[in-house]
Design a protein around this ligand. Structure first.
Ligand code: HEC
Ligand code: HEC
Length: 309
């Protein structure tokens, strides 16, 4: 009797194993003009949409198992076709507004992110609060978008002046590293949400870092590399919905083999919210950083394995 069940079961297993070798390719073309948006807005989109709507698809191991992988590859291909945040600056300002408006509608209707995806990636769920943040951002865009260029220039000038003003009073870490506000516009090279359940993190790289990733020169990372890691509280409700809570801190690692010789070529700094207070009583705080990063010495003391382009 048992044999009759065993043979079909075996056949299914063999087919599933064979399927693992027939794979459509999901590669990440270069990011040419990533979406520039306030950090909170961007974090939501990166977490919930970037796997299918950017060139920074980050497939987890469980996405790569067939036959799921077929569906995933198809979602990524189709998703990028309709909306790709990695080519965002190719869109005219009005089209950006239009796309965002469409995105928010899709979200409100519950059509996006795709249900089968959020079922497995619970971090990609978008809460009511997240939606409010996105709507707020869109509303701001509609107001701020002047339609003649002289007004755009005037606005640019004003923003630059404001940025310069802010730079003057930037906090400084005890080892002399100043806070780098620009990291928010850098490219996201990874997100980490599975390490523990307390916080959600986004890891950004400056231009040198992004180039190094592209050219596979990240062990060691070249001088001039800056990695930034920002962390938010993770709020999980009783239904398992996850949202981004308060912004906690941002950390930097700056590569300079000469300057930071004593800490393996990396300059460390951490700034804690709400006032971006520099971390550490004196410059020795970096021993704490490097000690914890030491297990990664074969990876140039870096934990992150960047999403490959
Ligand atoms: C698992 C992959 C996946 C995720 C995650 C995902 N999408 Fe999509 N998205 C798709 C696919 C596939 C399509 C095209 C087919 C369709 O319309 O159903 C699409 C289409 C869209 C479109 C229509 C684009 C057009 O003009 O054709 C919008 C807008 C959109 N998604 C927004 C979002 C937003 C916003 C998020 C994040 C909150 C998101 N999506 C997350 C896969 C995804
Ligand atoms: C308790 C261990 C621990 C300590 C202490 C620590 N880190 Fe990390 N750090 C990690 C882990 C683990 C990651 C990987 C990303 C993640 O999961 O958050 C990381 C990632 C980073 C990254 C992103 C690049 C990478 O390596 O992946 C930066 C930047 C960073 N840390 C800066 C710092 C600074 C600055 C300090 C000291 C003020 C510090 N870290 C102290 C464990 C630590």
């Amino acid at each position: 009797m048992k044999k009759y069940f065993l043979i079909p079961a075996l056949a299914v297993t063999i087919i599933l194993i064979c399927l693992q070798f027939i794979r459509p390719k999901v590669d990440n073309p270069p990011v040419t003009g990533d979406l520039q948006a306030p950090e909170q807005v961007k974090a939501i989109l990166v977490r919930a949409c970037y796997d299918c709507h950017s060139n920074q698809t980050n497939l987890r191991w469980y996405d790569k198992i067939q036959p799921v992988y077929w569906q995933v590859a198809n979602h990524v291909r189709e998703g990028r076709k309709g909306l790709n945040f990695s080519n965002w600056d190719k869109l005219a300002p009005a089209d950006r507004k239009g796309k965002l408006w469409e995105a928010i509608n899709q979200l409100e209707e519950g059509a996006m992110p795709i249900k089968s995806y959020t079922f497995v990636h619970s971090n990609a769920k978008v809460s009511k609060q997240d939606l409010a943040v996105l709507k707020n951002y869109l509303a701001g865009m509609v107001h701020d978008m002047p339609n003649d260029t002289s007004k755009i220039h005037a606005l640019d000038k004003q923003l630059q002046a404001k940025a310069a003003q802010e730079r003057q009073k930037l906090p400084e870490s005890p080892n002399g590293i100043t806070y780098l506000p620009d990291y928010k516009s850098w490219q996201v090279i990874s997100t980490s949400d599975r390490f523990d359940n307390e916080t959600m993190r986004v890891i950004y790289g400056n231009e040198i870092a992004v180039k190094a990733v592209k050219e596979h020169h990240i062990n060691p990372w070249p001088n001039g590399t800056i990695l930034a890691k920002s962390a938010w509280d993770k709020i999980e409700d009783t239904n398992g919905n996850v949202t981004t809570g308060a912004f906690k801190q941002v950390e930097f690692m700056i590569k300079d083999n000469e300057k930071y010789k004593s800490t393996k070529g990396w300059g460390f700094a951490r700034f804690k919210t709400p006032k971006l207070t520099p971390y550490g009583k004196d410059a020795m705080f970096t021993t704490e950083c490097i000690n914890c990063h030491k297990p990664m010495h074969e990876n140039d003391f870096v934990f992150t394995f960047p999403i490959k382009n």
